[in-house]
Design a protein around this ligand. Structure first.
Ligand code: NDP
Length: 288
């Protein structure tokens, strides 16, 4: 029977370490600051925002929400973003995506300051992720996957990992982060011809597909570590992951639940990135 690895202890550990670090920075007169830029008021953005604000405030990070009208023009949005880039109290910027269709993300991703871009919108941070440059900011969700693996001392080096999904927010960065830790990585997607075959040898599975309970027990190698990023609502209206949790529990060695797994670590990673951005921007070392 698999060990169920919850996100909360991971999030609590990260938050406790950060609170100490923020305390040291505050003693030096520096308050790490996050600005959330939100266009409109989508339910999932608001839910994430509430969690992020609560987490940051617990840790001692300053927060600000820049709420913009749904019909804001591209030029006005650029002006706002440049203003946030220039705001000395802001060290980290979280921009909720996708933006409304009339806003051109391809242009905007070059406007956000890479040094403050704590969720990997800027191509500079994508490049740093590809290069394995530790000064960059990989997206928070796949970073939360890595934090869970590290917290639970899951060996990554030399092991076979299969990532299901190749989006720029989860699948691809998760694959790169695993590769940067010396895993042998296979990325699967909707055109993968034999998913069961690809998964059969995986020591680590990261599922980021967006299909309720798609990963069945027969796909999972005995003893594999299964990290479920998916957030889905099933036909009965219940929240569930991409992994058939009940069925895979007997097969996996470790498995994350949904809810209560990866999602609960993401806001702690966001906070960690804000503090890192603050240190890098102010030139203050880890020890303060
Ligand atoms: P996307 O829809 O952008 O990407 C889904 C990926 O899954 C695509 O690469 C797609 O392949 C692949 N896919 C779809 N169907 C299949 C299939 N049958 N077999 C194999 N691969 C398939 O989703 P996201 O990456 O944004 O999100 C993935 C999941 O993670 C969602 O459930 C989302 O809600 C959740 N999520 C959770 C977060 C958290 O904090 N826990 C944060 C962000 C997302 P192709 O590229 O070929 O289309």
């Amino acid at each position: 029977m698999a060990e169920i690895i919850k996100g909360k202890p991971v999030a609590d550990q990260i938050s406790a370490d950060l609170a100490r670090e923020v305390g040291r920075l505050r003693d030096l007169g520096v308050i790490p600051g996050l600005t959330i830029v939100r266009v409109g008021a989508r339910g999932d953005d608001l839910a994430y925002e509430r969690g992020a604000l609560k987490r940051c405030e617990q840790i001692g990070i300053g927060t600000r929400v820049c709420e913009l009208p749904e019909d804001i023009s591209q030029d006005d949005f650029i002006d706002v973003l440049k203003g946030v880039n220039d705001d000395a109290a802001t060290h980290g910027i979280l921009l909720f995506r996708p933006l409304p269709a009339h806003l051109n993300e391809e242009e905007l991703k070059y406007v956000i300051s890479p040094e403050k871009d704590v969720d990997c919108f800027s191509p500079v941070n994508v490049a740093k992720l590809v290069e394995g440059d530790p000064s960059g900011f990989p997206p928070c969700t796949p970073t939360a996957v890595m934090e869970i693996l590290k917290f639970h001392k899951v060996a990554i080096k030399g092991r076979r990992a299969v990532v299901l999904g190749r989006s720029m927010v989860v699948g691809k960065p998760a694959a790169l982060l695993l590769l940067n830790e010396d895993a042998t990585v296979t990325v699967c997607h909707s055109r993968t011809s034999d998913l069961a075959h690809e998964m059969a040898r995986a020591d680590i599975v990261v599922a980021a597909v967006g299909r309720a309970r798609m990963v069945k027990a027969e796909y999972v190698k005995s003893g594999a570590v299964v990290i479920d990023v998916g957030i889905n609502v099933d036909e009965q209206g219940n929240l569930c992951g991409d992994v058939d949790f009940d069925a895979c529990q007997s097969q996996a060695g470790m498995i994350t639940p949904v809810p209560g797994g990866v999602g609960s670590v993401t806001t702690s990673v966001l906070a960690k990135h804000v503090v890192k951005a603050c240190r890098q921007l102010t030139g203050l070392s880890h020890e303060g």
